[in-house]
Design a protein around this ligand. Structure first.
Ligand SMILES: *[C@@H]1O[C@H](CO)[C@@H](O)[C@H](O)[C@H]1NC(C)=O
Ligand SMILES: *[C@@H]1O[C@H](CO)[C@@H](O)[C@H](O)[C@H]1NC(C)=O
Ligand SMILES: *[C@@H]1O[C@H](CO)[C@@H](O)[C@H](O)[C@H]1NC(C)=O
Ligand SMILES: *[C@@H]1O[C@H](CO)[C@@H](O)[C@H](O)[C@H]1NC(C)=O
Length: 659
């Protein structure tokens, strides 16, 4: 490949590429002679603009990759010979508050992630086609399957159905989103060749065909002219699609021939596509890190290509569920089966969480080369950027829990305990993420008093009496079976062994991410309609509620740091300063949280993710270099337990460990 290929990529539309191979770019190949038609499934194979195409796609979610690194990851995908990138679009990124839209850096918490058009345009610059899955439901192990939490403020709303309240919000959101996407379609000169309507609708707990039809009509009336598809597991038949209107794809991680045969039975004489060929698997807390062997990956991918079929590698690069936006799964019945997913979304994918090449990379490249009959110019894989293990840092500040609360801007007095979503904050959109504190003062608590919270807590609660933590920190997965955690119902705890007068009581709830798949019950966080709090036999009401959202600007503004205590009495923030003198020393790194117990970490105000080292498997937190700066960088940890580590440590590579 010509040495200057990268520089040329940006000029592709202006010049005819005369690379050393004399090969056209992918885009030139498919648009030569003008664009007349998009992706067609009118024959047993795909064509694009009348030319044969097999779709070699990789999933990479723009909201899981630092925007500064989008281009690097896209080029790594293209360099395998893949011709397409696929991404979901997350509604909660683009409408973080009711009626507040962000499709650029609109100053919301979504920051650069809001600029989805830039991601699509970058993909085109990197010579990739694009498959979009705008949902509005996406699952993706993402918070609430992509839905904004403020939807829950509408009593009785039923998401993923034709419920008119839900649909009115979908229509309002699509009216903003779809014009942006319409302009970027292939037949209008953009890279988008396919849209997926909804996601695995055949697995929905409420199959409402009217809803699917209404979504289809919305896509159509939004001037989306490229191929519209559905995607479902291979065994749900046509229960999640609109035959004749949506082209059906399937998702599976193994057994390619059998699964494609099933698809051909219900959709004969059409090409076949695995919309999610699982490159590995996701991790819930307490599980062992999931992997898929190189051998399985190789054999199954080859089975798909040899069938012959098309596939979207799910994912090519998983990345990270930044901030508090990782989602959860659950089980049937009550909320004891709640099952949150780690912030790390490595997935054992083709690129790892930090964007390094794994052994699956060359296999992908070699298999695509073996089966692809279309010869176009392909860039060389970009060099992997070096990662640094910065020196361990001593802590240089502690902010006690009561001093954190003093800095919360909105506190709400309420007779009844409001859940996060129902708080009158964020322009009446409630609180979406983070922690919520229910605080009482002036309590007389007699010795051996019992605090009971009825129902299951959502999702965990710490109890502080006079600012002293009395509930059990998450020092092992066994603790999940005790008071303060979601598994048990009607849990209780003894508040004191002596009589206390004029005491304070704090209930500190953490939201571990809303469910994104299956049934959507139990999505409210904090104290909900299913919970009552009793002090012995007396129900406690009249709380002062503190939303602890940990938004970036607020995090960067925290003050009143004190000395680090030898033995803290409650959860606290701990701070360390990473000073980088030389611009060249700024690289990606990982923070190693193995010496810490439970909480979350942030860098320069940006929340990197939740940690729960005694649960595992995630032990390290990816810090992208572009988020570090020359000079001082503030690393802050919110530790729940009374045993904080004494240092912040770094590591070069990701560490998975389930104790
Ligand atoms: C397109 O693919 C089909 C199916 O493999 C094949 O029969 C046909 O010859 C191909 N057309 C071209 C122009 O290569
Ligand atoms: C992948 O291929 C590149 C280029 O051919 C080679 O330099 C590299 O060593 C290969 N990596 C592995 C793990 O085989
Ligand atoms: C308190 O919880 C324990 C289990 O942890 C249970 O055995 C006991 O009955 C509960 N007490 C009350 C009064 O509910
Ligand atoms: C930062 O702190 C100042 C002083 O306390 C306050 O006026 C301002 O609103 C804070 N900004 C944010 C984003 O919290």
């Amino acid at each position: 490949m010509a040495i200057n290929f990268r520089g040329l990529l940006g000029l592709l539309s202006l010049i005819t590429l005369a690379a050393s191979d004399d090969l056209p770019t992918l885009y030139e190949y498919y648009t030569e002679g003008g664009i007349k038609s998009g992706l067609s499934v009118d024959q047993p194979y795909f064509t694009l603009n009348g030319k044969n195409i097999s779709i070699y796609s990789g999933a990479m979610h723009y909201f899981r990759i630092p925007p500064e690194l989008w281009q690097d990851r896209l080029r790594k995908l293209r360099a395998t010979g893949a011709n397409t990138v696929e991404t979901y679009i997350a509604w909660n990124i683009h409408e973080p508050q009711d009626g507040v839209f962000d499709f650029g850096d609109g100053g919301t918490e979504s920051g650069g992630w809001a600029d989805v058009a830039r991601y699509i345009t970058l993909a085109q610059e990197e010579d990739l086609f694009v498959i979009l899955r705008p949902g509005p439901f996406i699952n993706a192990e993402w918070e609430f399957g992509g839905f904004p939490s403020w939807l829950l403020r509408n009593e009785g709303i039923v998401v993923r159905t034709s419920d008119s309240t839900f649909m009115s919000y979908v229509e309002r959101y699509f009216a903003q989103l779809m014009p942006i996407l319409a302009e970027l379609q292939f037949t209008k000169g953009g890279p988008i060749i396919m849209f997926q309507v909804e996601n695995e609708f055949g697995f929905s707990s409420k199959i409402d065909m009217d809803y699917l039809q209404q979504l289809y009509d919305l896509y159509k009336s939004s001037d989306l002219v490229e191929l519209l598809v559905s995607n479902d597991g291979p065994d749900v038949g046509q229960s999640g699609t609109l035959p004749g209107k949506l082209f059906q794809t399937v998702d599976f991680g193994a057994d390619a021939k059998n699964n494609f045969d099933k698809l051909i039975k219900i959709q004969p004489n059409k090409p076949v596509m695995d919309m999610e060929f699982y490159t590995g698997w996701l991790d819930h807390w307490t599980e062992q890190h999931h992997t898929k062997s190189l051998e399985d990956f190789t054999n199954i991918y080859e089975d798909i290509l040899a069938y012959p079929g098309s596939a979207n590698l799910y994912p090519f690069h998983g990345g990270t569920s930044w901030r508090f936006l990782g989602g959860s799964n659950n089980g049937p019945g009550d909320n004891s089966g709640f099952n949150p997913v780690t912030s790390c979304y490595d997935f054992d994918a083709v690129l790892n969480e930090a964007g390094d090449y794994t052994p699956k990379y060359n296999v992908t490249r070699d298999l695509i080369k073996k089966y692809n009959t279309i010869e176009v110019a392909t860039p060389d894989p970009p060099e992997v950027k070096e990662r640094r293990v910065y020196d361990s840092l001593d802590l240089n500040g502690q902010l006690k829990f009561e001093d954190i609360l003093k800095q919360v801007p909105d506190k709400i007095d309420s007779d009844v305990p409001l859940s996060m979503e129902m708080l009158p904050i964020n322009q009446n959109s409630g609180q979406s993420y983070g922690y919520i504190v229910y605080h009482k003062e002036g309590l007389d608590i007699s010795a051996d008093s019992l605090l009971t919270i009825t129902g299951h807590v959502r999702d965990t609660v710490m109890v502080l009496v006079n600012n002293v933590l009395i509930s059990k920190p998450l020092t092992s997965s066994d603790v999940l079976e005790e008071f303060g955690y979601w598994k048990i119902e009607n849990g209780n705890i003894t508040l004191t062994t002596e009589d206390l007068e004029d005491a304070t009581l704090d209930l500190v709830f953490e939201n571990w991410g809303r469910v994104g798949f299956g049934n959507f019950y139990y999505q409210f966080k904090g104290l909900t309609d299913d919970n009552q709090v009793f002090l012995n036999d007396e129900e406690l009401n009249s709380w002062t509620i503190y939303p602890l959202e940990f938004k970036k600007a607020w995090n960067q503004n925290l003050t009143d740091w004190g000395e680090v205590e030898e033995s803290p009495s409650g959860p606290a923030l701990y701070k360390a300063t990473l000073t980088i003198d030389d611009e060249d020393d700024i690289t990606d790194t990982f923070i190693d949280m193995r010496d810490w117990v439970k909480g979350f970490a942030m860098v320069n105000g940006m929340v990197l993710g939740r940690y729960a080292s005694r649960l595992g498997p995630q032990q390290t937190y990816y810090v992208p270099g572009p988020w570090l700066q020359k000079g001082d960088n503030e690393i802050i940890v919110f530790e729940h337990s009374l045993t904080p580590a004494s240092q912040i440590k770094f590591t070069k590579d990701v560490i998975f460990d389930t104790p």
